[in-house]
Design a protein around this ligand. Structure first.
Ligand code: KG4
Ligand code: ZN
Length: 474
C-alpha cells in the first residue's frame, strides 16, 4: 500500500534513511518535513511496515526529489517506480521532476534513466569531492476534457473545455425570447425550460465536439449563485452524469466562472484586480492566486446590471435591458445632469441613488407633459454608471499596486465600459484582459475554465451536492 507517512513511521523512516547518510536524522527530520506545506513524503508499506519512501520538495509545478529509498530486502520489485508514479498520478499540477544524484551512484542513475529522467547538467563538487548529476523528467500531462453545465438563470448551456483554456464546443440555448414577453426572467418558466432542453443540449454538445462521454475526464456544474430552481436542474443533471459514467464531479461558483472566462483568452497572471459586473454583482476583487478571492469593495445596494435593466424598463426598452440601453445610448448625448454616486476615496459603489433619480426624472417629466430625450438619458446614465466603475478601479489600482486587471460578468459585454477601463489600464501600464462577447454573458465555457484548477487540486464534489441561490466566493 502507498500512503503519506505519519509521525508513527519515525522508527522505520530512520532505519531506512541511515543507509543513505549517517546524519540522516538531523538533515531530514520527519517532524519538520510533515509540518512543511512544500514537502511531501510518501511511503510504500508491506502490510503496515514502511519499506520504502519518496521525499519531495515542491516549488510550484517543479517537484524536486530529495530522497527515494527502498529497504534492501525489497529492491528490484518496482517499488521505487511505483512511488514515483504515485506522486505523478496524485499531483496533477506536477509538470517537472528534478533531482541531484552522486555521479558514481550507478544504480540510482540507471533507475532514474529507466524511469524517463535525462541528464541536464553537472554540478561540480556538489558532494564535497564528488560531482552531482542534475536530472530532469518532464511530466507529459494528459489532456483534460471537462464537460461543463450552466443553468443558473435563463441560459441552458454546456461546453467541453480542454486543459482549462481551450473551448472545444460551447452550446448556449437561451430562453431570452420567452422571458422578454414578461419583461424579465420568470423563475418557474426558466427551470421548466431547462428540464425540457438539457438532454438535447448535451447531445448537441457531444455531437458537435465529435466526442463521447467516455472521453470526458470530469463533469463541472454551476451550483451557486442564481435562481434555485434553475440551478437545481443543472446540478441534478451533472450528478446523474457523474454517477452513470463514473466521472468526478466539480462544483463551480458562477462568479468564479465569470472570472475564469479570462483564461479562455490568456492565462490570468496574479496578483490581479477583477472587476465583477453582472445582474447581481458589482465588486472589486483582488486575486493573489488561483481561487484566492479578496473582496476590496463593491456595491452597497444595487448591482450595475440590475440598474441597467431598471433604466431600460422606465425607458420602455425590451428585456434584456443592458444591451438595449447601450444601443440607444449610441444615438444620444450626455446632456442630463445626474447625481454622481460615491464621489469619495473609498471602494464603496452605489447604484440605487442613480436609479431612483432616473425613475423620478422620467416620472416628473411625464407628469409635466414634457418629452423625454430617451437616447440622451440612456447616454447620460451610461456615462455616470460606467464612470463610477472607472473611478473606483483607479483607487484600487493605486492602493494595491496591481499589474493585471480583468473584467468579468454580463456587463463586461458593454463596449463603453471596455473602452473606459482600457484607457485606465493603459494609463497605469497594466495588462487588461476581457473575455470575448460570447464568454461575457452566461455560458458553460467559463464554468469549465473555472473547474480546471479544482480538477488539478482534486477538489471534487460528492453526489450530495446541493444548489444554493446566494453562496459567494469571498
Ligand atoms: O452575468 P450575467 O449574464 O448574469 C448574471 O449573472 O447576473 O449578467 C446579466 C446582466 C444583465 O443585467 C444585463 O442587462 C447586463 O448583464 N448586460 C449588460 C450588457 N449585456 C448584458 N449591461 C450593459 N451593457 C451590456 N452590453
Ligand atoms: Zn452571470
Amino acid at each position: 500500500m502507498i500512503r503519506d507517512l505519519t509521525i508513527n513511521d519515525s522508527e522505520n523512516y530512520l532505519r531506512l534513511g541511515k543507509v543513505l547518510n549517517n546524519n540522516f536524522n538531523s538533515l531530514f527530520n520527519l517532524d519538520s518535513i510533515l509540518n512543511n506545506d512544500n514537502e511531501k513524503i510518501i511511503g510504500y508499506y508491506d502490510n503496515d511496515k514502511l519499506v520504502g519512501f519518496i521525499h519531495i520538495s515542491i516549488s510550484f509545478e517543479v517537484y524536486d526529489i530529495v530522497n527515494i529509498v527502498v529497504d534492501s530486502d525489497y529492491r528490484n520489485k518496482g517499488i521505487g517506480t511505483k512511488l514515483l508514479n504515485y506522486v505523478i498520478d496524485n499531483n496533477l499540477e506536477c509538470k517537472k521532476l528534478m533531482l541531484e544524484v552522486r555521479e558514481n551512484n550507478n544504480n540510482a542513475i540507471k533507475f532514474y534513466k529507466d524511469n524517463g529522467f535525462e541528464l541536464i547538467n553537472v554540478r561540480k563538487n556538489y558532494y564535497g569531492d564528488e560531482d552531482a548529476l542534475i536530472m530532469k523528467r518532464d511530466v507529459n500531462m494528459k489532456d483534460v476534457f471537462i464537460l461543463a453545465v450552466e443553468s443558473s438563470c435563463d441560459e441552458t448551456s454546456m461546453a467541453i473545455i480542454k486543459n482549462g483554456n481551450e473551448c472545444i464546443q460551447l452550446t448556449v440555448l437561451t430562453q431570452m425570447d420567452v422571458h422578454a414577453e414578461f419583461g424579465g426572467v420568470v423563475p418557474e418558466i426558466a427551470s421548466r425550460m431547462h428540464t425540457e432542453n438539457i438532454t438535447m443540449v448535451l447531445e448537441e454538445t457531444l455531437t458537435k465536439a465529435k466526442m463521447t462521454m467516455e472521453e470526458i475526464d470530469a463533469i463541472a456544474v454551476t451550483y451557486a449563485p442564481g435562481l434555485l430552481g434553475s440551478l437545481l436542474v443543472g446540478v441534478e443533471f451533472a450528478k446523474t452524469l457523474s454517477y452513470i459514467y463514473d466521472k468526478p464531479l466539480i462544483a463551480v461558483n458562477h462568479i468564479a466562472g465569470h472570472i475564469y472566462a479570462n483564461n479562455l483568452e490568456s492565462q490570468m497572471k496574479f496578483p490581479l484586480l477583477a472587476l465583477v459586473v453582472s445582474g447581481g454583482h458589482t465588486d472589486l476583487i483582488l486575486m493573489k492566486d488561483d481561487y484566492v478571492f479578496e473582496k476590496l469593495g463593491g456595491t452597497l445596494d444595487d448591482a450595475i446590471g440590475e440598474c441597467y435593466d431598471k433604466v431600460a424598463r422606465v425607458l420602455g426598452l425590451k428585456y434584456p435591458g443592458g444591451p438595449n440601453v447601450e444601443k440607444l445610448a449610441l444615438e444620444g448625448e450626455y446632456t442630463y445632469d445626474l447625481p454622481i454616486p460615491m464621489n469619495d476615496e473609498t471602494l464603496n459603489i452605489s447604484y440605487s441613488g442613480l436609479k431612483s433619480s432616473i425613475i423620478n426624472l422620467v416620472h416628473n417629466e411625464t407628469q409635466r407633459g414634457n418629452e423625454i430625450r430617451k437616447a440622451d438619458l440612456a447616454k447620460s446614465f451610461q456615462e455616470v454608471a460606467v464612470d463610477q466603475l472607472v473611478r473606483k478601479s483607479e483607487i484600487a489600482i493605486k492602493k494595491y499596486d496591481v499589474k493585471n486587471m480583468i473584467i468579468a460578468g454580463g456587463v463586461s459585454a458593454n463596449k463603453r465600459l471596455r473602452e473606459r477601463i482600457k484607457e485606465l489600464t493603459d494609463q497605469y501600464n497594466i495588462d487588461l484582459s476581457i473575455p470575448r462577447m460570447i464568454y461575457c454573458t452566461d455560458n458553460a465555457a467559463m464554468i469549465g475554465a473555472a473547474a480546471y484548477p479544482l480538477y488539478l487540486k482534486k477538489q471534487f464534489a460528492d453526489l450530495d451536492l446541493n444548489a444554493s441561490s446566494n453562496e459567494e466566493i469571498y
